[in-house]
Design a protein around this ligand. Structure first.
Ligand code: EPZ
Length: 425
């Protein structure tokens, strides 16, 4: 396993090009299963999860053509004209929860699907009960047996109304995709409004789907007989954007984030502005720096979009650990997303967890230490802390990082970070 070694203390200055969003790319790739004609996706990030999803689709019989690019994103074409297997096996699904997103497209187009239950992960149990309830509402017969979800709709799915009892990104995506091929109209109420959900909806419309209410919490889908070939460019990654914006702030530097749209991060940039960041739009993106007053403690509560994203909670905790004053950080989406707290504390952060809230009291300085990554976003939180800490930090188990951040050490080193990847000793 690899580790990342960082000598902290350098202000980061320069520019970072923001890639395509992992959490848009993964559902977009599963959308290819809905059509017998090829789907071409541009601006795909080079990430472990993208490779895992490609392998999963290939074992279903999707032909995957990869067109490498230089420093930009990848272009890949997915042709599901020859799908001959509707089973998603445990050994692939267990590695990546997003695999469950093949369920809706498979049962909608082929009338059957057998998908392993994803199992829990570091940040929570993360059940898929809403995915199942929604597909049943569209007429699928579902059995849970031997760790697998078996879904059948031999006469096809039938449109209906479904109200989400709480917001679920994945369940919204699965049901929106399934509804595209259901007979009649489907109305999804209290649907997720994340930009990645809207990006998927725009791609489905390009494939010939009929979807109204994109970007709102009510999606109305008129089923169609089949979908056609399309091309779509993946929306930029707002979580990568927020992470690198905080890298600029925590080191007292200045970074221009290229190719990013600030409307994807209004709540985040509002909070970061209150915490003392200067954020200004440029012709090619957004420039982020820390104003002269330094970092100030600001309370944060994670919420579904357009609220502050849970995927930036670990990163903002690292930032607040060096702020003047205190910050109360409350995690409302996942039940166990504070795994980064003990690791940050080992670097000198002063954090006190009470249930779903963590009280962060700013300290003068963090000190480098040996720490361990536990999940994707916790890893990036440790990177931020290490960039600002005095001395050397060694972050182990960085395979978590590779799932969601493309070439992170290259992008940070190009802005002056002293960072290298090495074999774990
Ligand atoms: C997506 O996960 C993202 N992953 C997550 O990003 C993100 O944190 C999450 O949405 C919330 O924004 C991808 O898009 C691939 P949910 P998802 O369904 O769809 C519970 C990252 O770091 N729930 O919105 O799995 C669930 O347990 C990852 O990039 C049910 O109870 O999230 C959670 O507590 C981490 N039953 C809450 O709802 C269900 O059927 C929100 O989950 C579905 C979800």
């Amino acid at each position: 396993m690899d580790q990342i070694v960082i000598q902290g203390g350098n202000p980061l200055t320069g520019e970072i090009r923001i890639g395509g969003a992992k959490n848009a790319a993964l559902p977009l790739m599963t959308a290819s299963l809905l059509s017998g004609e090829p789907l071409t996706l541009k601006n795909l990030p080079r990430l472990a999860d993208i490779s895992t999803m490609s392998k999963l689709l290939e074992q279903h019989g999707v032909s995957v053509l990869r067109i490498e690019h230089g420093k930009g994103g990848m272009t890949m074409t997915f042709d599901a004209g020859g799908v001959d297997n509707t089973v998603a096996p445990y050994d692939l699904v267990r590695r990546m929860r997003a695999s469950v997103l093949v369920l809706g497209p498979l049962v909608a187009r082929f009338g059957e699907a057998k998908v392993s239950l994803p199992g829990g992960c570091a940040i929570g149990t993360r059940p898929v009960d809403l995915h199942i309830q929604g597909l049943e509402k569209l007429g699928a017969e579902i059995d849970l047996d031997g760790g697998y979800i078996t879904a059948r709709a031999p006469n096809g799915l039938v449109g209906d109304q479904f109200v989400f009892p709480f917001v679920s990104v994945g369940a919204t995506e699965n049901l929106m995709m399934a509804a595209c091929l259901a007979k009649g109209e489907t109305v999804l109420t209290n649907a997720a409004r994340e930009p990645e959900v809207s990006d998927l909806a725009h791609c489905l419309v390009a494939m010939g789907a009929k979807i109204d209410g994109i970007g709102s919490d009510t999606l109305t889908i008129q089923g169609v007989g089949s979908l056609k070939a399309a091309e779509h460019s993946v929306v930029c990654d707002r979580i990568e954007t927020g992470t690198y914006a905080m890298a600029a702030a925590i080191t007292g530097g200045e970074i221009e984030l290229k190719g990013v749209r600030t409307d994807l991060l209004e709540a985040t940039f509002k909070m970061l502005g209150d915490a003392g960041l200067q954020i200004e739009n440029t012709t090619e993106g957004t420039k982020v720096s820390l104003d002269s007053g330094g970092l100030k403690g600001v309370d944060v509560m994670t919420e579904p979009f357009p609220g502050f994203p849970t995927d930036l909670q670990a990163q903002v905790m690292a930032l607040m650990s060096l702020a003047e004053g205190t910050a109360m950080i409350t995690e409302t989406i996942f039940e166990n997303r504070f795994m980064h707290v003990p690791e940050l504390s080992r670097m000198g952060a002063n954090i006190n967890v009470q249930g779903a809230s963590a009280m962060v009291r700013g300290v003068e300085q963090l000190t480098g230490a040996e720490v361990m990554a536990t999940d994707l976003r916790a890893s990036s939180s440790l990177i931020l802390a290490a960039l600002a800490a005095k001395g050397e930090t060694v972050i182990r188990r960085v395979y978590h990082l590779d799932r969601g951040y493309e070439r992170i050490e290259e992008k940070l080193a190009a802005c002056g970070a002293v960072i290298e990847r090495a074999e774990e000793k």
